[in-house]
Design a protein around this ligand. Structure first.
Ligand SMILES: Nc1ncnc2c1ncn2[C@@H]1O[C@H](COP(=O)(O)OP(=O)(O)OP(=O)(O)O)[C@@H](O)[C@H]1O
Ligand SMILES: [Mg+2]
Length: 286
């Protein structure tokens, strides 16, 4: 039976009160004797990690929604929940009106995720990996190769290296292949989990320009996580600041700045807002 669509269709993505907790076994710092270690295996205290804690958000078609947070704040967990890789403990997620838990197959067809831990067939070339992925979506090998070449060129990846085994490519190059793979098809929901982390400045700019181009050309919903304040300011229409699994602020850059009084009364920056709200200096990974 077809489930009643609950999300407002203009909201490409609607996340309502979503929670995901992990249970981690606490490790003791005390030096234990052998028999104590064995006993301890059975009696270890469990610790609850509130990776995503009652998060709600809505993203409209044509919008880039940014999630800004320090390491371990819950960004990737939230992206995995939206992309059907993890099941929420509670709350609901709808993509173009479809529930991601009950209609996961349908939802997977309209979305793609880019993340730093993208997996590939390491012994195959990027061209082979991209053609393989495209075939799963019913795109012919010739068309996939033509499209992939165009996207990779646009991202500053030398197309002459498309025949090299993936494992011979640098991490940044592999990341560009991951971005190309996500864009070979025409996803209506694009989840970009730190798409530019670890890229050199020129590559970072190329990827950012490409993301802006996608927003202009396709009426997609884009969710982007980042550590990079400048990237969030440049690309995102709205930004949520996440800390310990919770959204602690949300709005346009102007709204976030206006709502956070600066210490000396001078207009603040997004970084000032982030530090004022989280008490953390955001880490930019090398
Ligand atoms: N599968 C898992 N099992 C147990 N704990 C997990 C698991 N996945 C994530 N966590 C924990 O959940 C919290 C949030 O992790 P998450 O990967 O979502 O953070 P993040 O904001 O993406 O961080 P980063 O910026 O480093 O990528 C962390 O404390 C992490 O250790
Ligand atoms: Mg992450």
């Amino acid at each position: 039976m077809e489930e009643k669509k609950v999300a407002n269709p203009i909201h490409g993505l609607a996340v309502r009160g979503v929670t995901k907790h992990f249970h981690r076994t606490k490790r003791t710092k005390k030096k234990l004797r052998f028999h104590q270690k064995i006993l301890n295996l059975f009696n270890r205290e469990k610790e609850i990690i509130r990776a995503v804690d009652d998060i709600s958000l809505e993203v409209n078609i044509g919008e880039i929604y940014g999630i800004l947070g320090a390491n371990g704040s819950g960004k990737s967990t939230l992206i995995r929940l939206i992309s059907t890789l993890l099941l929420p403990d509670s709350g609901s997620i709808h993509v173009f009106g479809d529930d991601v838990v009950t209609h996961s197959l349908k939802v997977r067809q309209v979305m793609n995720r880019v993340s730093v831990e993208a997996s590939f067939f390491k012994r195959l070339s990027s061209a082979e990996n991209l053609i393989y992925a495209a075939r799963l979506y019913g795109i012919s090998a010739t068309e996939a190769e033509r499209k992939a070449k165009r996207i990779l060129e646009r991202l500053g990846f030398d197309p002459d290296r498309m025949d090299e085994e993936m494992e011979q490519l640098s991490r940044g190059m592999q990341q560009k292949v991951a971005i190309a793979r996500a864009l070979l098809t025409t996803p209506m929901l694009l989840l970009l989990d730190e798409p530019t982390t670890g890229l050199d400045p020129k590559s970072k700019r190329d990827v950012q320009a490409f993301i802006e181009e996608i927003r202009r050309e396709r009426n997609a919903v884009i969710v982007l996580t980042t550590h990079d304040m400048a990237e969030a300011e440049k690309l995102c229409d709205r930004i949520a600041i996440i800390d310990n699994g919770r959204f602690i602020a949300e709005g346009t850059v102007e709204e976030l700045i206006a709502n956070t009084p600066s210490e000396n009364g001078a207009p603040g920056t997004l970084e000032d807002v982030f530090i004022a709200l989280t008490g953390k200096q955001i880490e930019e990974e090398a």
